[in-house]
Design a binder for this molecule. Structure first.
Ligand SMILES: Cc1cc2nc3c(=O)[nH]c(=O)nc-3n(C[C@H](O)[C@H](O)[C@H](O)COP(=O)(O)O)c2cc1C
Length: 280
């Protein structure tokens, strides 16, 4: 069985999972989504194709959506997807399944792995303790073993994607679970003034290194978010900044969401690992 896995990761959770899955499937190839989508057409000859990525706004992240539009899946016959998340409902597997069905294929297996939340603008965000991280890692490693067995046997399996809901009103939940993915894919990349730096910025350039696109460029020793480049909303710049100098500004509430909050990058991931996503 030949296996290719496409991965996208902002702060290392999904990279950790992808790396562990690579170890589990001997000879598997790991391809960064951000590199794959540089081509107009993404062709794979592997028998089994996997996708590993974080949940963003209840759905798949922007680059994975682009990948699904470009992927030629005709030579492969088993597909699985693994979403890492902080814990909300996840509504993105149907997008992958729909794209595959257009080519006469389907998403055979889908998995959810709960990991540390990397979104400091949410009130639920808290920097995880060592014990929390250890517990999450143990669960993740167990889940990776389950994924290995299911994928190797090529069985059909779909994890429950339910998570926390937003309110006790079913109607409101129904509405929000559709509105949030819509905002993630159509509104957020268009937002121009989202990130900003405060006076703690030392000009070290870490943010430019870890940004998986060309969105962030250093100019006069300061990061500048390029207006004509889409942001993938991965929050790598925010979470890896060693001075916590990158902040998110809320246009709605007209205040910073993040100045008082900590940051979360996965404990084992290196800046080099993240930089490799765009430069192999
Ligand atoms: C912009 C953004 C949106 C997110 N949305 C959700 C969400 O809707 N539900 C959830 O459970 N986690 C959400 N998260 C948390 C991530 O899915 C989670 O921390 C993930 O494991 C991060 O993976 P990574 O380190 O590979 O980027 C979001 C994170 C970001 C940056």
């Amino acid at each position: 069985m030949s296996t290719t896995m496409y991965y996208f990761s902002g702060t290392g959770n999904s990279f950790f999972v992808a790396k562990e899955l690579k170890k589990a499937f001997s000879g598997a190839e790991l391809i960064p989504v951000v590199q794959a989508i540089q081509s107009d057409l993404v062709v794979t000859a592997a028998d089994t194709v996997g996708f590993v990525f974080p949940c963003h706004g209840l759905t798949i992240p922007i680059p994975v959506k682009i990948l699904m539009k470009k992927l030629d899946a005709t030579s492969s016959d088993y597909f699985f997807a693994t979403a890492t998340r902080g814990g909300s409902v996840f509504r993105g597997f149907s997008i992958i399944d729909k794209a595959l069905r257009k080519q006469g294929k389907k998403l055979n297996a889908s998995f959810i792995i709960n990991m540390a939340l990397n979104d400091p603008k949410l009130s639920a965000f808290d920097v995880p303790s060592k014990e929390d991280l250890q517990a999450l890692e143990e669960q993740a490693v167990q889940k990776i073993q389950d994924i290995k067995e299911i994928v190797e046997q090529r069985t059909t399996h779909h994890d429950d994607t339910a998570g926390v809901t937003f309110s006790t009103s079913n109607l409101l939940n129904w509405f929000l679970e559709r509105l949030i993915p819509f905002m993630t894919h159509f509104i957020s990349p268009a937002v121009k003034k989202y990130f900003y730096i405060d006076d703690k910025c030392t000009g070290c350039g870490t943010c430019e290194k870890v940004c998986p696109t060309q969105k962030l460029k250093m100019a006069d020793n300061k990061p500048v978010w390029q207006r004509n480049v889409d942001c993938y909303l991965c929050y790598a710049c925010l979470n890896f900044c060693p001075s916590k100098a990158i902040q998110i500004y809320s246009k709605v509430w007209m205040k910073s969401y993040t100045t008082e909050r900590g940051r979360y990058p996965h404990p084992y991931v290196s800046l080099k690992d993240m930089a490799k996503q765009k430069n192999s």
